[in-house]
Design a protein around this ligand. Structure first.
Ligand SMILES: [Zn+2]
Length: 133
């Protein structure tokens, strides 16, 4: 596909693209809130838009409505530190996510939540290759 076609398609159906993108974000954490582990019902900006945060995968995490609403316009890392359910492993996961290292973020979330399942087989494959190296 020519690059101009891709841009055109994205302009043509932005709502569809947005929906797919939101779904993919939730899929990373198996639809659990990155902050507290409850079911994620929304997408939260780690760095709020009011502080220049972008709507990119790195800056958008799955969050439950309770966390999203409570956090409001605050920087997620500062907000999260004050929560009762604060877990340093999750804080590291949020940081890794923000840096675009989703693989590391997912590993840290798994560590924080032993019930977390990974359905993405490519991820598991990467993992074994990593260990073998
Ligand atoms: Zn939550």
């Amino acid at each position: 596909m020519h690059i101009n076609d891709a841009v055109f398609l994205e302009d043509l159906c932005p709502k569809f693209r947005l929906r797919q993108w939101r779904k993919s974000i939730h899929r990373f954490t198996e639809k659990s809130c990155i902050y507290c582990g409850k079911p994620s019902e929304s997408i939260d900006h780690v760095i709020p838009r009011s502080q220049g945060g972008l709507s990119t995968t790195q800056n958008c995490v799955p969050a439950c409505l309770s966390c999203n609403g409570d956090k409001s316009d605050e920087n997620a890392l500062y907000w999260y530190r004050r929560q009762k359910f604060y877990d340093p492993r999750r804080a590291m996961a949020i940081r890794a996510w923000l840096e675009g290292d989703l693989r590391l973020a997912i590993r840290l979330l798994q560590w924080a939540n032993p019930n977390f399942k990974v359905k993405n087989k490519n991820y598991t494959k990467d993992e074994s290759e990593f260990k073998a190296a």
